[in-house]
Design a protein around this ligand. Sequence first.
Ligand code: SIN
Length: 285
Amino acid sequence: MTIASIRRLSPACGAEVSGLDITQPLGADRVQELHQALGENGILLFRDARLSPEQHIAFSRQFGPLEAHVVGDFNLPGHPEIFVVSNVKEEGKIKGAVYAGQYWHSDLSYMPKPSMGSLLLCHEMPKIGGDTMWANMYQAYNALSDVMKNFIGGLNAVHDYSNAYDTYFAHLKERPPLTPEQRAKTPPVEQPMVRTHSVTGKKALYVNPGFTTGIVGMPREESQPILDFLFRHSTRPEFIYRHQWRPHDLIFWDNRCTMHYALADYDFSVRRHMHRTTIAGDVPY
Ligand code: SIN
């Protein structure tokens, strides 16, 4: 069996998959094909995915076990597998994680086993703005000099969830610091700076501005300029696909070979409401 239709979205990354009924079980061959297509394209777009929370969970589970977000307040009541990304306020309370992902990051890179992939389903979107961008980290790695590839190829970097709270969220009352319990669940971890994709076998750069705070064995004075260069390099426009959401778009992205950024360029009084499932991954190597 082959995927009915797959169309590349940009030279950087992304492909649109059509002709599949994703409300029904896919079967092992199809799942395998989609795993391969994901690893090759970095993101897969499914249009008009009118999925209930149960269907969204069932579709996602075919690609691996799901995990609940460490900040439980953002999980959908009754469905802890769904992380709500939203600015919608009801009865004075925001219904999910507001300002989520408004910095370059790869989901859960701060955990010993970061997420393999995430599936974000768009329910409501402002008419203008609120796009998401993905960077192709294979291309970023390939475009480095051999000297830089050799240098970082043997190094590990430190990833820390609280970095996002200390920097990007520091001024936001809606994103108070992590509680001691949440902090205890997310101590800093070390990850290889270059990782090998377990499906394609290709190498990808694996550092991100959201969570990567240092290089193991180097003082900050030495590591920060290297990280700053790698962050700048990996977000070169030619490595980026920018998606303009329509309601019922479902995007499945690969956290092993992409990082992403949610643009905060829209009127925050207009509703932007999304549901995300997060698939467990392996220890990077
Ligand atoms: C996320 O990082 O999961 C959120 C992305 C988005 O809201 O576009």
